[in-house]
Ligand binder design. Structure first.
Ligand code: TYM
Length: 355
């Protein structure tokens, strides 16, 4: 049975990349598949412990963004990761499934650890095995994310496959697997963990910095002009788009003409994602026009789409009790799924259960 899992870290500013690459795409999915959306606060401590009050308020802010974007707590499970112990437990087991070599290849680790890798936290290195645990504690089959998470999802598949292979006999003996839906010579007939499908699609899988079309829009960029935050007001959005880096040419009429024009490509992609069109549709309308005409149109569209969400986020943030109640219900529903999975995992491994 298909099941979706995805998450956002409660670190710093939620931005347009997180919204267009991930959260906005979850909204239609929740009507089609069972969906679980997590605020991954355990991941948020891998690059240093934020101030305690900040961690809690950032967790509520991401939750508010989910709801304001249209994730409906009646349809989807919304919760914060640290409330469901199974994530940490399964992550530990996966630390013993995954190989150090796999972790060392992760480009995000290399980027985030910077020059002094010896001084990065062990948690930052093990980050992808916690991410695999998030997904597989629910046996999720589909994971909608931005392009930057692709490598982590490949690793999640590797971990699931290695677990399924290493424990194939136990899985069969205990009869806790399901027949492999797509039989393949590398995989055993019965799978305990599904081999998860990444869902990375649309015109906004990789939104770039507004100041540098070769750099990803990111929470950690020191320049606030590089990103549109979901908490920005209309004035800030317009100012940032006005100042966004561009080249001097007019917009092309065909998508091919965006090649080697990263800034133009990015702004057209943002317009496309915000308006629910393809880049080609956008160029059909704006091809041949200068940025002086395109930017105000983009700015109006961004304000029109984001302002109601920002207002709703503010309303939700004003009263923590509503958010906390949603997270509490979500954590209970999430636990009800993850607990039996971990029970089986413990049996498969053979931990002595005396309680
Ligand atoms: P995080 O918090 O960095 O980002 C959240 C989501 O936003 C996407 N994203 C972008 N998409 C397009 N353009 C951008 N510039 C951009 N920046 C970020 C990310 O791809 C992501 O989908 N490891 C994850 C969180 C996580 C997770 C999981 C996701 C933990 N466990 C399990 C899925 C399933 C992360 O750090 O995302």
């Amino acid at each position: 049975k298909p099941r979706v899992f995805s998450g956002v870290q409660p670190t710093g500013n939620l931005h347009l990349g997180n919204y267009l690459g991930a959260v906005s795409r979850w909204v239609p999915i929740q009507d089609q598949m069972e969906s679980i959306f997590c605020v991954v606060d355990l991941h948020a401590i891998t690059a240093g412990f934020p101030d305690a009050g900040k961690l809690a308020s950032a967790t509520r802010e991401v939750t508010a963004a989910y709801i304001a974007a249209g994730i409906d707590p009646k349809k989807s499970i919304i919760f914060n990761q640290s409330q469901v112990r199974e994530h940490a437990e399964l992550a530990w087991i996966f630390n013993c499934v995954a190989r150090i070599g796999w972790m060392n290849r992760m480009t995000q680790f290399k980027d985030k650890a910077g020059k002094n890798k010896e001084n990065a936290s062990l948690g930052l290195l093990a980050y992808p095995s916690l991410m695999a645990a998030d997904i597989l504690a629910y046996k999720a089959t589909h994971v909608p994310v931005g392009d930057d998470q692709k490598q982590h999802l490949e690793l999640t598949r590797d971990i699931a496959q290695k677990f399924n292979n290493d424990f194939a006999a136990r899985i069969k003996e205990l009869d806790v697997g399901v027949p492999n839906p797509t039989p393949s010579p590398e995989l055993p007939e019965d799978l305990f963990f599904p081999v998860t499908e990444p869902m990375i699609a649309g015109p906004a899988t990789r939104i770039m910095s507004l100041r540098d079309g070769t750099k990803k829009m990111s929470k950690s960029d020191p320049s606030d002009l590089s990103r549109i935050n979901l908490t920005d007001d209309a004035e800030a959005i317009s100012r940032k788009i006005k100042k966004a880096k561009t080249d001097p040419e007019a917009l092309p009429s065909e998508v091919d003409g965006l090649k080697d024009r990263p800034e133009a490509d990015n702004l057209v992609g943002i317009y496309a994602a915000l308006s629910g069109q393809s880049k080609q549709d956008v160029l059909g309308e704006f091809g041949g026009q200068q940025f002086s005409a395109f930017k105000p149109a983009l700015s109006d569209l961004a304000v029109e789409k984001l302002s109601p969400m920002t207002d709703e986020m503010r309303r939700l943030m004003a009263d923590a009790s509503e958010i906390d109640a949603i997270l509490k219900t979500g954590a209970e529903k999430a636990s009800a799924i993850a607990e039996p999975v971990l029970k089986d995992v413990r049996k498969i491994i053979g931990f002595l259960d005396v309680r």
